[in-house]
Ligand binder design. Structure first.
Ligand SMILES: Cc1cc2nc3c(=O)[nH]c(=O)nc-3n(C[C@H](O)[C@H](O)[C@H](O)COP(=O)(O)OP(=O)(O)OC[C@H]3O[C@@H](n4cnc5c(N)ncnc54)[C@H](O)[C@@H]3O)c2cc1C
Length: 414
């Protein structure tokens, strides 16, 4: 039995940021990691993936990007290298190859089963990742058996796929990137498009993330967002970190020869049925994009920046072919692979403390887990602000939660 004041589960960017905050407060702790530091970036991301967020935004507590390409987009392997170097610099006490199998209430604080070891701690921070499992819709169970299925967590490159057509389900960042890459391999790609977030890669000469940060949108707090559940489940924007930083919207994909269809609703007798509301879905995405661009323009004017920036402009509306198919026979041999780019979920199946809601999500108030003093969760979308969804958001989130954890420990002693 080992005792430590705090245990952090997961050595991704969130767990490492928390470790740095605990060290700053002289809180004795250990970080338990089932693989190596940055395991998700080493084992669960396809090699051609680049961050959507520009390099200058890859900030962590005590770390700013110092390379020679601040406006570039980091490949997954460089993210892993950056986090590994960060762990070393902040002296994070990481125990690698240590999988947590159970966390339960102990006589005092928590008991953690990690491999063959039993550990005790007064506080536990769950930093085990928000994107550990693929979210696959129930309709997947009706796929004909001859169709190969894959998730982005298993996908590495198009060479893995059998010859033939590919149906990519989901048109958020992952879906549009993989649809483009698979199409370039020569396979015909059909992209099923549900609700999505359309944004240009850059606007008025600045990266869109510059605008998202400058206008204050990313700083919006979780307790000031009208529909927090919706905000936490918003799809990622249709963006790519490809070096040429081009737009990756549906118009661009269609021009490349990718066929778009509506949301996949049902598979009956081997036939995929798509929503007929694609034009409406796209019109809504265009409207929301333009709303944000209006906000950006208003902010630029109010900040006196109009003279320094190119003038405002708008992008062509999304074109939807009125003749797009509403059905596709998946038994015909036209489609040989279905790729589920339908989102990601956390995996806290080993958490043996009753803190879940009816949907199985951890109940928390900005990362402070409800009904379990000393238990925290970090690295979830819109945890405390909209920036929490991204790497740089862990800076402020870990500061707030470490402060709370420190006060909690003090209250235990008094
Ligand atoms: C495809 C994709 C693209 C993204 N692109 C961007 C981007 O461009 N910019 C950006 O800022 N963010 C991006 N993100 C989002 C962001 O980086 C993720 O939210 C990030 O993976 C979460 O970081 P984390 O430290 O919370 O989790 P992770 O990096 O997933 O780290 C969690 C760690 O916990 C470990 N772990 C899990 N379970 C256990 C266990 N039981 N025992 C021990 N260890 C465990 C895992 O091995 C892992 O190392 C992207 C995410 C995905 C999936």
């Amino acid at each position: 039995m080992m005792y430590t004041t705090a245990i952090v589960i997961g050595a991704g960017h969130a767990g490492l940021a928390m470790s740095r905050r605990l060290t700053e407060r002289s809180i004795d702790h250990v970080v338990l990691e089932r693989g190596e530091v940055a395991n998700s970036w080493r084992t669960q991301r396809w090699p051609s993936l680049r961050l959507l967020t520009p390099n200058w935004q890859t900030r962590l507590p005590g770390h700013d990007y110092a390379g020679d390409d601040p406006d570039g987009y980091m490949p997954a392997a460089d993210v892993a290298a950056t986090l590994t170097a960060y762990a070393r610099v902040v002296g994070a006490p990481v125990r690698t190859a240590t999988t947590v199998h159970a966390v339960r209430a102990g006589p005092v604080g928590f008991e953690i089963q990690a491999g063959d070891d039993l550990l005790r701690a007064q506080a536990v921070v769950l930093a085990a990742g928000g994107c550990i499992r693929s979210a696959i819709p129930a309709v997947a169970s009706a796929l004909p058996s001859q169709v190969t299925t894959m998730t982005p967590l298993d996908y590495r490159d198009p060479g893995q796929l059998p010859d033939g057509g590919v149906l990519v389900v989901g048109a958020s960042a992952t879906g549009v990137q993989l649809a483009g890459e698979i199409h370039r391999s020569g396979r015909p790609v059909t992209l099923a498009v549900g609700e999505h977030v359309r944004l240009p890669r850059s606007y008025r000469g600045r990266d869109i993330f510059w605008w998202l940060e400058a206008t204050g949108l990313l700083a919006e707090r979780y307790d000031q967002i009208d529909d927090l559940t919706r905000a936490r489940h918003l799809p990622s924007p249709q963006l790519t970190g490809a070096p040429e930083a081009i737009m990756t919207d549906l118009n661009t994909l269609a021009a490349q020869g990718i066929r778009t269809v509506g949301r996949l609703g049902r598979i009956a007798d081997g036939v995929a049925q798509f929503s007929g509301a694609l034009a409406n879905t796209c019109a809504l995405a265009d409207l929301k994009m333009n709303r944000f661009l209006n906000r950006a323009d208003q902010w630029a004017t109010a900040s006196g920046l109009d003279g320094d920036l190119p003038p405002p402009h708008r992008f062509a509306p999304t074109r939807v072919d009125p003749g797009i198919p509403l059905e596709l026979d998946l038994t015909s041999g036209e489609i040989t692979t279905v790729l589920w780019a339908t989102g990601f979920r956390p995996d806290h199946s080993w958490l043996g403390i009753p803190v879940h809601d009816r949907a199985g999500r951890i109940r928390h108030d900005g990362g402070i887990v409800t009904g379990a003093p000393g238990l925290y969760v970090l690295g979830m979308p819109v945890l405390r602000t909209r920036a929490s969804t991204y790497i740089h958001g862990a800076g402020a989130d870990s500061e707030a939660l470490a402060g709370h954890l420190h006060s909690f420990l003090s209250s235990q002693r008094s």
